[in-house]
Write a protein that binds this ligand. Structure first.
Ligand code: C2E
Ligand code: CA
Ligand code: CA
Ligand code: CA
Length: 281
C-alpha cells in the first residue's frame, strides 16, 4: 500500500513537471509569435522522378526557442493548434516564405513553387483567401508560386464551403495537395468533388514497399496512383529514403519524389545553393 502511494506521488510529480514544461513551451511560442525569434523555414525539394529536376518545395517550420534548443514540429505544431497560436504562427510562416521567394526573384533566381501546410484551424480562418490574395500582391509573386497542403480531415467537414475556399485559392494559381494520403479513413469520393491538383502518398506506404510485407503496400500504391492518374492529379511519393524504394516506385505512375534520398529539408541558403538556378529571361 505504501508503495502504491509513492508511485502515485511520483506520477503526480511527473505530471506536474510535464504541465510546467508545456506551459513554459507555450509561453516561449507566444513570444516567438510576437518576435519571430528562433523561427526558421526549411525547404525540402520535390523532384521530378524522370528528369531529376526540382519542381517544387515544401516549407517546413523549424523552431529553436531561446533556452530550449530545437523543438520538433511534431511537438510544437500540436501545441500551436491547441493554443490557437497556429493562426499567427502560420501567418508569420506565409510572410517568411513570400519574402524569401521575392528575395530570390529579385536576385535573378528562379524559385520553384513552395507548398505551405495548412491545419484545419488555418484553413477555416474567415479571411484566409484574402490573406493569400494580399500576399501575392504585396510580394509581387507570379500566380501559383505558393501552394498549400491539406490533410483529409480538414476537407471532410463542410465540403461545400471547402470547395468554395479551394476554388478561390485555385484562382491565384495555387497548387492544392492532399497530404499524407491513405492515413485517414475517409471515403474516396471527395477526391472527385474537390478542386485538388496533387496527391501525396504518405511515407508509411512508400517505406513498406520494400521488405517483407510489401504486398499490401504495393497493392495500395498501385490503386492510389492509378486512381490519381485517372482523376488527373499529380502524384508525389513522400518519405523516399532509399534507392530500393525509388526502384519499387518506378512501377507506378508517380510524378514527383520527396524524401531524404532526393533531398533533405534545408535552410534557405542551402536550398539556394543546391537547387536554384538563374531565371532565364
Ligand atoms: P508533413 O507535412 O507530412 O511533412 C513531411 C515531414 O516528413 C517533415 O517532417 C519532413 O522533414 C519529413 N521527411 C521528409 N522526407 C523524409 C524522409 O525521407 N524520411 C522521413 N522519415 N521523414 C521525411 P517535419 O519537418 O518534422 O514536420 C512534421 C509535420 O509537422 C509535417 O508533416 C506537418 O504536418 C507539420 N508541419 C511542419 N511545418 C508546418 C507548418 O508550417 N504548418 C503546419 N500547419 N504544419 C507543419
Ligand atoms: Ca505536408
Ligand atoms: Ca505529408
Ligand atoms: Ca505527416
Amino acid at each position: 500500500k505504501q508503495e502504491g502511494r509513492n508511485t502515485y506521488r511520483l506520477y503526480r510529480a511527473e505530471m506536474h513537471v510535464k504541465d510546467h514544461q508545456q506551459l513554459a513551451l507555450e509561453t516561449a511560442l507566444r513570444n516567438t509569435v510576437e518576435s519571430g525569434e528562433g523561427l526558421e523555414v526549411h525547404y525540402q525539394p520535390l523532384v521530378e522522378r524522370d528528369s531529376g529536376e526540382v519542381h517544387g518545395a515544401e516549407a517546413l517550420l523549424r523552431w529553436s526557442p531561446p533556452g530550449f534548443g530545437a523543438v520538433s514540429p511534431g511537438e510544437f505544431i500540436p501545441l500551436a493548434e491547441r493554443s490557437g497560436l497556429i493562426i499567427p504562427l502560420g501567418q508569420r510562416l506565409m510572410r517568411l516564405v513570400a519574402a524569401q521567394l521575392r528575395a530570390w526573384r529579385v536576385a535573378g533566381l528562379a524559385p520553384p513553387r513552395v507548398a505551405i501546410n495548412l491545419s484545419a484551424r488555418q484553413f477555416w480562418q474567415d479571411d484566409l483567401v484574402e490573406q493569400v490574395r494580399a500576399l501575392f500582391e504585396e510580394f509581387d509573386l507570379p500566380s501559383g508560386l505558393i501552394g498549400f497542403e491539406l490533410t483529409e480531415s480538414v476537407l471532410l467537414d463542410h465540403q461545400q464551403q471547402a470547395v468554395a475556399i479551394l476554388e478561390a485559392l485555385r484562382g491565384f494559381g495555387c497548387h492544392l495537395a492532399i497530404d499524407d494520403f491513405g492515413t485517414g479513413y475517409s471515403s474516396l469520393s471527395y477526391l472527385q468533388d474537390l478542386p485538388l491538383t496533387t496527391l501525396k502518398i504518405d511515407r508509411r506506404f512508400v517505406q513498406r514497399l520494400v521488405g517483407e510485407d510489401s504486398r499490401g503496400s504495393a497493392a495500395i500504391v498501385a490503386a492510389v496512383t492509378g486512381l490519381a492518374r485517372e482523376l488527373g492529379l499529380r502524384v508525389v511519393a513522400e518519405g523516399v529514403e532509399t534507392e530500393a524504394q525509388r526502384q519499387a516506385l518506378s512501377r507506378y505512375p508517380v510524378d514527383l519524389l520527396q524524401g531524404y534520398l532526393t533531398g533533405r529539408p534545408v535552410d534557405a541558403a542551402g536550398f539556394e545553393r543546391r537547387w536554384l538556378r538563374a531565371l532565364v529571361a
